[in-house]
Every structure is written in C-alpha cells, then in structure tokens.
Design a protein around this ligand. Structure first.
Ligand SMILES: Nc1ncnc2c1ncn2[C@@H]1O[C@H](COP(=O)(O)OP(=O)(O)OP(=O)(O)O)[C@@H](O)[C@H]1O
Length: 283
C-alpha cells in the first residue's frame, strides 16, 4: 500500500566515540492523509530520531521519507513541529511569535490577512484575549498553546509532535489534547506524535506504532484503534476494547524490557568470562 506519507527503510546511524551506532534501521511505515499515528517505545529507543528525520531536522542515513509524492530533503513549511517546550521569543507577544512563521510562509498575503490567520489559530487554542501579552509573561501551558497555534497557522500537510504535553500539569494536558484533536479533525492534518504515555496514545491516535528497543530499533507492532472520530474521552474510556488494547501495549513494552534485561545479562556474562578466557590462553 502506498501512503500519503511513506517512510521507507528509514535508518539513522550516529557517529559516537565508540564508532558508528545504528539507532534506527529499516523503519517502514505508511500513513493515510489525515491519519494520526503515535510512536510509543521505551526511553532512548529512537522515537525522536524518527520524528526529527521526518521533520528534516536530522539527516537521514538510509531510506527516505515521501510526503504527498515528494521525497523530503530538509525541513519545510509543509511540516509543523511541536516540541515539549515551544522555544518562543520571550520578549515578543503571543501574536508576534505566531506571525514570525506566517510572515515567512505567506509573504504575498496582506498584513491584515496574516494577522487574521495568526489570531484565528490563537483563538482556537484559547488565547484570543492575550494576543498582545509577551511570551515571557505566559504560563507554560499558555506558551505551549502558542506553539501549537504557530504550527497550525502555517497550514502544514503534516504535524509532528514530540511529547507535546510532557511538561504540562495533568488538567492542562487533558484540555490541550482535546483542543489539538478538534483542530486536527477540522484541518485534516496528517500527524505523527511521540509519546511515553499509553493512555495519551490510545485517546489521540488512529494507530499506535510500537517501537522495539534500540539499537537497530524498528516497528515492532502496530495497533489500529477502533474508536470513532470525532471522539469524546468518556466514550474512548468506556469502549469495550479500550483495556484490551491498553493491556496489549503494556505487554509489548514489558516484553521489550525482558529482552533488554536478557541482552544485558548475556553481555555482562560474556564480559565477565573474558578475563578467564584470556588467563587460560596466556602463556
Ligand atoms: N546526536 C547524537 N549522537 C549520538 N547518539 C545520539 C544522538 N542523538 C540521540 N542519540 C542516541 O540515540 C538514541 C535514541 O535517541 P532518541 O532521542 O531518538 O530516543 P527517544 O526514544 O526519543 O528517547 P526519549 O523517549 O527518552 O525521548 C539514544 O540512545 C540517544 O542517546
């Protein structure tokens, strides 16, 4: 199946002081237009590495990424990125922070139209009344809302989210998840989100991609979720299959844990046996 977004045999090798280290290898995934896919896996397995390669912010070692028929080569306005922390210009207002990107991408639009576009998305994320407040005076949750508005205002084909709610308190996190889903359904943006949170992945996604532990991480399992859209949190939580999917995902992660412990033990045993072998073979 060809997808609107295709990741084909995507791989990343970092140069380390111990030599090249293959973090991600043969990562294959197709996404339909408007689909929401989460990447779930243990810390350090390579989720952000995959996401930043799609964003064009991290060079691709092998394979490639095709979006809407074109292979990517670096970052572009067709992909909006939201990180855990939005990195706003602290001295600029919420509106001006969003305008920075809008001015770049919509150079030919009138100033009025550009302001309207930025204000529209700031309104959608609930910041209509503080457009002119400086970023440094906003709470972390408000700053993250500005980051989300900034990404949507460029009308990207794809949205790439790297633990976008990771630094927020739980109430703000739940509220922003819902706001984000509402805008995504409205704008039909194809989305990849990195998360550690099984419940967040279940609530937000159409499919959840489980990554194996690195090095040489790849797609380990894919869960296609049966929850309708638009979706309400209560309906998802009450869905008869919710806890079965949740259990299977946790089981997958625990399976990766056991594999890791087994590999580490085998490596340690072979390390401790080395001196004995050497002493046996020494003259
Ligand atoms: N520039 C780099 N050079 C060398 N190794 C790197 C580099 N960037 C990341 N790594 C290593 O690659 C591995 C994967 O990192 P990555 O941040 O993609 O994992 P992750 O699954 O997103 O982790 P987390 O869930 O903790 O954010 C880690 O072991 C990390 O130390």
């Amino acid at each position: 199946m060809r997808g609107y977004v295709e990741l084909f045999r995507l791989g990343k090798t970092y140069d380390t002081h111990n030599g090249p280290l293959v973090i991600v290898e043969d990562f294959d995934l197709n996404l339909a237009q408007g689909e929401y896919v989460s990447l779930l896996g243990h810390s350090g397995c390579g989720k952000s590495t995959v996401l930043t390669m799609i964003a064009g912010l991290n060079s691709i070692t092998t394979g490639g990424v095709v979006i809407d028929g074109r292979e990517i080569d670096g970052p572009g306005p067709d992909r909006g990125v939201v990180f855990q922390s939005p990195c706003l210009m602290p001295w600029m207002t919420a509106l001006d922070n969003v305008m920075l990107g809008v001015n770049q991408v919509y150079r030919n639009a009138t100033k009025r139209d550009r302001i309207d576009l930025a204000s529209y998305y700031l309104n959608l994320v609930g910041l209509g009344s503080i457009l002119h407040k400086r970023a440094k005076d906003l709470s972390q949750g408000m700053q993250q809302r500005v980051g989300i508005a900034r990404a949507f205002a460029l009308k990207p084909k794809m949205l790439l989210l790297d633990e976008p709610f990771g630094m927020l308190d739980s109430l703000t996190r739940l509220e922003l998840q819902e706001i984000l889903l509402e805008i995504l359904v409205r704008d039909k943006v194809t989305t990849v989100m990195v998360t550690h949170d099984v419940d967040e992945a279940l609530f937000m996604s159409d499919r959840v991609v489980m990554m194996t532990n690195g090095p040489r991480a790849r797609v380990g399992a894919i869960f296609s979720l049966p929850f309708d859209r638009p979706r309400q949190r209560a309906d998802v939580l009450e869905h008869p299959e919710y806890y079965e999917y949740r259990r299977k995902m946790i089981e997958f992660l625990e399976g990766q844990d056991h594999a890791k412990i087994k590999n580490t033990r085998e490596r340690d045993e072979s390390k401790t046996s080395e001196p004995a072998d050497l002493s046996l073979s020494s003259p």
